[in-house]
Design a protein around this ligand. Structure first.
Ligand code: PSU
Ligand code: MN
Length: 305
């Protein structure tokens, strides 16, 4: 199979030591150069410092790489011909010997194949606003129903229709658990006004849930929603205006499909004059740290996850 697991990650997995998967679309399509590479490497360091092994996942030259070299990071951060890979795109990119950053959907597939059960990202994709006209629902949601991986995220990006995203997850049986919050976080802001049924406050509680689900043989993943830090949270009313404007601009320029999420993120960054970048990076770091703590708790005594 075209899947290559870095030696230290393979060893950690064989020893049931804590491993955290990290996605790579944030490098290829989410953040500007050179913040993208710096952030991806800082996420790996944060995971290591918290006692787990990081596993950034991408496709390089037609191989799924679980764990990247410095050269791989440069290819993803710089090359022009780098694809955005959902789960469905991965075998095609492999067949064509291409490079690509894996989205949450793509990373879930690869993490599952490698046997990694904890995954940190920034914000998952979801049901887009205006879905009744576009039918645009991120493959992230579908992959969450398929692979038993816990995803640590700062909620879904506020560019989406958050109530519909939560309804979709409920219908599909993907539990959403607030970490230190009773509300679904909205990426750049801590609050969305949308209540969650379940809340946890410690990594141990997360590990208990992951282990219990495993023993119960439940299908699909779970979402652990970790809000952006209080001092980084951007005001919701201000963000709403900016998102509205970005959506109008996307419409005027006829942007749709795979391009819409990267376009909106970039446009929001421009319209906030870069103010959205710092919270975006900090929330990624917080999610990586929490994911590592959960992975450590999962591999502790009596935790077979
Ligand atoms: N969050 C970010 N930056 C990103 C993404 C999320 O801060 O680039 C990416 C993730 O990889 C997510 C993808 O899986 O956007 C969703 O894209 P779409 O809406 O096209 O499914
Ligand atoms: Mn889409």
């Amino acid at each position: 199979m075209n899947i290559e697991i870095q030696k230290n990650i393979a060893e950690a997995l064989a020893n049931k030591a804590p491993v955290v998967a990290l996605e790579s679309t944030l490098i290829t399509h989410g953040l500007p150069y050179p913040d993208n590479i710096e952030t991806a490497k800082s996420l790996e360091n944060i995971v290591r410092t918290a006692g787990a092994t990081p596993a950034t996942i991408a496709v390089i030259g037609g191989t799924v790489k679980i764990g990247l070299s410095d050269d791989d990071f440069e290819i993803l951060g710089n090359a022009k011909d780098v694809h955005k890979l959902n789960a469905a795109d991965i075998p095609i990119c492999l067949a064509k010997s291409g490079h690509g950053g894996t989205t949450v959907a793509g990373t879930l597939l690869c993490a599952h194949k490698a046997g990694i059960k904890i995954f940190a990202t920034g914000g998952i994709g979801g049901v887009h606003r205006n879905v009744q006209n576009t039918w645009d629902i991120s493959q992230d949601l579908e992959s969450l129903t398929q692979y038993n991986v816990a995803v640590i995220t700062a909620g879904a990006k506020a560019i989406l229709d958050l109530p519909k995203t939560l309804e979709y997850l409920e219908t599909k049986g993907v539990p959403v658990i607030g970490y230190g919050t009773d509300e679904f976080p909205a990426f750049w802001t801590r609050k969305s006004g949308l209540g969650l049924s379940w809340r946890i406050d410690t990594p141990d509680e997360a590990a208990q849930i992951i282990k219990t689900r495993d023993n119960f043989d439940t299908q699909g993943g779970i979402i652990i929603a970790n809000p952006v830090a209080e001092d980084q949270s951007l005001p919701m009313a201000e963000m709403e205006k900016i998102i509205d404007r970005a959506l109008k601009d996307a419409d005027t320029q006829n942007i749709s499909g795979k391009e819409i999420t990267p376009y909106l993120l970039k446009r929001v960054r421009e319209l906030t004059e870069g103010k959205s970048l710092a919270p975006n990076i900090t929330l990624l770091e917080n999610n990586a740290r929490l994911a590592a703590k959960i992975a450590v708790a999962c591999s502790g005594p009596n935790q077979s996850a």
